[in-house]
Ligand binder design. Structure first.
Ligand SMILES: *[C@@H]1O[C@H](CO)[C@@H](O)[C@H](O)[C@H]1NC(C)=O
Length: 271
């Protein structure tokens, strides 16, 4: 009886070991995509919900308002003609002001190499297509975004990681920016409201706000114009918990548009 039980459990062990092999391999091949960032309890307060809570790996502060920002680069044009492109992910203080270049020891001039070393080729491919610099130097643009904004996010400091690997937080930050961008298809949201690129058509600010609030839980993002021409959008969020493992809640914009109320043009990308 005891022998049988033993052999059964040994057999089960062997079976589960066999099952384990493929999943171990799978885990290893995607190992670099798994974040070691702090996992916080789900009742962690939302960023900006209180000015008395101390900054921690589970509470973004003082930069508790996060902006996923995008460009419509029509001249010179960048990126696909039927998509906006990524500007960045910025931590703002809860009042529209912000800190910048917060940690010179974590400023990098080798973002491409950092992503390559992480093994996340999918991220790099996506960035090469959608995270474009208008003057053609994507690497410098990514460096600027990380060095200026990424270094100011307190919840992705190395001390917030288990088994921290050098520059891990840089890849996490870029991936989070891309992941948010993928949920915010500005081009499609405008097109769904018949707001499409045109040399001659004009749109009102209300029409644009309304179309974009449809993909942001009813909150209109900040939209910016160059003269009369629509060229940028900022979607505001608060975060519950850690930037990488936490939850993003769409939020009211903290900045008013500089576009005119009427007569806004949405020019086609010139190619
Ligand atoms: C990137 O640059 C940093 C700082 O100079 C260096 O420590 C790191 O090894 C570099 N990473 C790669 C993948 O070259």
């Amino acid at each position: 009886m005891a022998f049988n039980m033993k052999s059964t459990s040994a057999g089960m062990l062997a079976l589960s070991a066999m099952h384990l092999i493929p999943s171990v391999l799978a885990a290893e091949s995607s190992f670099n995509k798994q974040s070691g960032a702090e996992v916080c309890s789900s009742d962690t307060p939302l960023s900006c919900s209180s000015s008395t809570i101390e900054p921690s790996c589970c509470f973004n502060s003082p930069g508790g308002s996060f902006l996923q920002t995008q460009f419509w680069d029509y001249d010179p044009s960048t990126g696909p003609t039927d998509s906006w492109t990524i500007h960045g992910l910025w931590p703002d203080n809860c009042d529209g002001t912000y800190e910048e270049f917060c940690d010179s020891s974590r400023e990098y001039s080798n973002i491409t190499a950092i992503i390559e070393e992480s093994g996340n080729t999918e991220l790099l491919t996506y960035m090469n297509k959608y995270w474009k610099d208008y003057s053609g130097d994507d690497e410098s643009f990514w460096e600027h975004e990380w060095n200026k904004h990424g270094t100011c996010i307190n919840t992705i400091e190395p001390s917030c990681y288990t088994d921290y690997k050098s520059q891990e937080e840089v890849v996490d930050y870029l991936q989070k920016t891309v992941d948010l961008f993928k949920t915010l298809d500005t081009y499609q949201a405008l097109a769904a409201a018949d707001i499409t690129p045109s040399e001659s058509a004009t749109y009102t600010l209300d029409e644009i706000h309304s179309a974009l609030s449809d993909i942001h839980d009813g909150f209109a993002p900040y939209v910016a114009c160059d003269g009369d021409n629509l060229n940028e959008v900022w979607y505001f969020y608060y975060v519950r918990g850690n930037l990488i493992t936490g939850e993003f809640d769409p939020a009211e914009k903290l900045t008013q548009s500089n576009c005119p109320e009427t007569g806004i043009k949405y020019l086609p990308k010139s190619g």
